[in-house]
Ligand binder design. Structure first.
Ligand SMILES: Cc1cc2nc3c(=O)[nH]c(=O)nc-3n(C[C@H](O)[C@H](O)[C@H](O)COP(=O)(O)O)c2cc1C
Length: 323
């Protein structure tokens, strides 16, 4: 018998209620694949800058590359107006064939907001409505949005923006419980996410400060959301998508996952993968008491064989000690 989907984004069934949040410089093909295998219910690309697409910048194709098992795949577009986002999407979507197209309304970086894109669009709900109307009219894929609570404390317009998205044809909204002004600082607020969920009929995904399995339960209770998006905590603990806190993951599994991730990075990036892997490796090893000089030697190494052997030796010893 066919399993019932947890919820639908437009006509796309989603099985599961935990989703890896899109993160620039983090949620590349290897990391998306790893988290999808561990239980993330779908995959969202890092944002694809519409200007990069229109200028054929060599940087962007690697950001949306994916493997078939990553589906449902959401292609996240970032731009500052409807014509620009549409032009880029018309070029990209037939080639990538995503299941869903997401619009970035939350990016806080100055580079992005200074030209009116990302979270800066929260200040212009009528522009957001135009983007959704235009995208919905041109694509069969569901169009979704990822928002913040507003630009700053004086403009907490999440409900207005959420309605603008729904009424313009949007199929789902993910809400990060912070303002642009907060960037990633301070505690994310979950109560406004509940307000959005109660006000809308389309699915709402809750996001912000979910670090443990207990947090997943708490945010679901607090918001009544359809699913939970997890970002920073997944770096270091991708097993959270299997509802495991870091200390619950068997050492042998930690070892195998780190080595698989490392190999996937080398396959995807070639030599450069060693350096790109460092940020994940540092996070994976954070729970252990490794002498600083040993850790630095490992993190500065450019030798895949050295890194692999170090990890095998370290974790084999741990497995023996801990059983
Ligand atoms: C390094 C980094 C890069 C991010 N890049 C994106 C992005 O490309 N698109 C997006 O919608 N949000 C992006 N975000 C925001 C996250 O998706 C998420 O909303 C935020 O980190 C809060 O969730 P968390 O507390 O679980 O990390 C990024 C966050 C971080 C830390």
């Amino acid at each position: 018998m066919q399993e019932q989907p947890t919820f639908l984004i437009g006509n796309v069934p989603i099985f599961g209620d935990l989703i890896l949040a899109p993160m620039d410089g983090i949620t590349d093909l290897p990391f998306r694949g790893l988290c999808r295998r561990l239980g993330s219910a779908m995959s969202v690309t890092e944002f694809i800058n519409a200007l990069d697409v229109l200028e054929n910048h060599p940087r962007y194709p690697k950001r949306h590359t994916f493997e078939p098992f990553h589906r449902p795949l959401s292609l996240q577009m970032l731009g500052d107006d409807a014509d620009q986002i549409l032009a880029a999407a018309l070029q990209l979507v037939p080639q990538v064939q995503p299941d869903i197209i997401d619009i970035n309304l939350g990016c806080q970086s100055k580079n992005v907001t200074s030209r009116g894109a990302g979270a800066a669009l929260m200040r212009e709900p009528e522009k957001i409505a135009a983007i959704f109307r235009m995208m919905c009219a041109n694509f069969s894929q569901p169009i979704t949005g990822k928002i913040r609570l507003g630009w700053d404390e004086e403009s907490l317009n999440y409900l207005e923006v959420a309605h603008a998205i729904q009424e313009s044809g949007g199929a789902m909204i993910a809400v990060h419980g912070r303002t642009r002004q907060q960037a990633y600082r301070g505690q994310a607020r979950w109560e406004p996410i509940r307000e959005v969920k109660e006000a809308l009929t389309i699915p709402v995904i809750a996001n912000g400060d979910v670090r443990t399995v207990a947090d997943i339960d708490r945010i679901q209770q607090a918001t009544g959301c359809d699913a939970v998006m997890i970002g920073q905590a997944a770096v270091g603990n991708p097993w959270i998508f299997s509802r495991m806190d870091r200390e619950e993951v068997p050492t042998q599994q930690v070892k195998e996952t780190i080595l698989d991730h490392f190999n996937a990075m080398l396959d995807f990036y070639g030599e450069r993968g060693v350096i790109t892997f460092r940020k994940y490796l540092k996070a994976y090893l954070a729970p252990y008491d490794i002498p600083t000089e040993d850790l630095l030697l490992l993190l500065k190494s450019t030798e895949p064989v050295f890194i692999r052997e170090w990890l095998k030796r370290y974790f084999d010893r741990l497995v023996k000690e801990r059983g």
